[in-house]
Design a protein around this ligand. Structure first.
Ligand code: SAH
Length: 273
């Protein structure tokens, strides 16, 4: 693929690492820098969230290294990933570390940068479209809207141990005047809803669960705090899913029908009964 404006983009030097976000899935949402890195990399270290449509754009000569979690196989330890990146760069390769969404949003990109800096490997961070903003957009949900609050809060639904993070302040979250966007939260949806309602968030607050945002497999479940736990099971919510709690979800009714964003044209919607 020829990358538009390629001449104006920085040179991808051998022996360096580009840590890039691949966006939520639609190759059209890649940045020019990420597309250039895909076309020129000698080694591409990616995780499970980076779809085939994007990897199809890779330099045919590149070594593809899948370090994502796959069925039956645990994801490699972060130290192993860091060591791999350092080793590939020291071999003089152009190394693309490609992550779903944005590398710094719940993506451990910061840890990899620290390891590269410590090993004195030059690197470039290429931000990407995060699922909690762009993924919601592809489902017809603006993460902020003037009529519906003044904040957008990004929260991880699980910690290193796999449970709900212990340090979340549910009273504060319940009072935030805007959307709450939960990553990695399908498994803890029930606990999240219980805690928010117990902290005073109205039980009828709308929720959208957007699965495989921006891809042909995109699907959306519209529900609310009172019914989301039941609907996740009944409507078989699929991973990866981004979950937004807040009044902005109501805008889907007006925006969804008219927008042509990739994903939407395929998107199936299930609405809570
Ligand atoms: N760095 C990523 C987030 C990694 S954490 C980003 O910026 O988007 C993994 C979580 O991201 C998933 O559990 C899910 O909540 C969300 N996610 C990533 N891609 C998604 C997609 N295409 N559709 C829905 N959710 C997605």
């Amino acid at each position: 693929m020829t990358v538009p404006f390629a001449a104006k983009l920085p040179v991808f030097e051998p022996g360096t690492v580009w840590l890039a976000g691949a966006g939520p899935g639609d190759p059209g949402l890649l940045t020019l820098l990420a597309a250039k890195a895909l076309a020129e990399a000698d080694a591409i270290v990616h995780d499970a969230l980076v779809g085939d449509g994007i990897l199809d754009m890779a330099n045919p000569g590149a070594e593809l290294i899948d370090l994502g979690k796959r069925a039956g196989r645990p994801s490699p330890k972060q130290e192993e990933i860091n060591a791999r990146l350092v080793e590939l760069a020291r071999r003089g390769l152009r190394v693309l570390r490609l992550k779903g969404g944005d590398p710094f949003v719940f993506g451990r990109g910061g840890e990899e940068c620290l390891a590269l800096a410590e090993a004195r490997i030059p690197f470039r961070v290429v931000p990407g479209v995060t699922s909690g903003i762009g993924g919601l957009a592809c489902a017809g949900i603006p993460v902020t809207h003037r009529g519906f609050g003044t904040t957008a809060t990004f929260v991880t639904g699980h910690d290193k141990a796999g449970g709900l993070p212990a340090d979340l302040d549910w009273d504060v979250l319940a009072r935030m005047p805007g959307a709450l966007v939960f990553y990695m939260a399908l498994g803890t949806m029930e606990a999240i809803a219980e805690r928010l309602v117990a902290a005073g968030k109205p039980a009828m607050t709308p929720i959208a669960i957007v699965s495989s945002a921006s891809t042909e497999a995109q699907s959306v479940i519209e529900t609310n705090l009172a019914h989301c736990a039941r609907d996740v099971v009944r409507l078989q919510a699929k991973r990866p899913a981004i979950i937004v709690v807040g009044e902005v979800v109501r805008l889907r009714g007006w925006i969804g029908e008219w927008q042509q964003t990739v994903g939407h044209q395929f998107s199936k919607t299930a609405v809570s009964a």
